[in-house]
Design a protein around this ligand. Sequence first.
Ligand code: HEM
Length: 119
Amino acid sequence: MTESLYQRLGSAEGITAIVDDVLDRHAVNPLLAPRFSGKDLTRSKQMATQFFCMGAGGPQTYEGLDMRAAHAGMNISEQELIAAMDDFVAAMQGHGVGAVEVNEVVAMLYSLKAEVLRL
Ligand code: HEM
């Protein structure tokens, strides 16, 4: 049987490492850093890891806000979404994730745009 995306990304250990890297990149990405200044990066990493693990087919339960509530009132732009996706791609490539898996994650993130953009 084909492995789930969760397994192919290295399960909890692999995804935790990728998400840590993504949030560290957001924190220094000029297009995104202002959004995260003063935020609790450790909690953001925990929430994003849970969300991503669950979305990739892992056994975790996401305990954070739903995507609309999490991003409501922020008026996030398309440019910011692309920047966030670029950080994801760079982090995954840095962790040796294959092109097939990178594309699956990109598709997953893109599919959420209506729940993140311009709210
Ligand atoms: C599909 C794309 C995205 C996903 C899957 C996503 C996911 C998440 C998750 C899981 C949370 C945690 C919610 C909680 O605290 O309960 C969150 C919060 C947040 N997101 Fe996103 N996000 C996306 C796009 C973006 C973009 C493009 C930006 C920036 C422009 C952004 C900025 C933030 C900020 C500032 C928070 C709140 C952090 C805090 O208050 O500690 N997100 N996001």
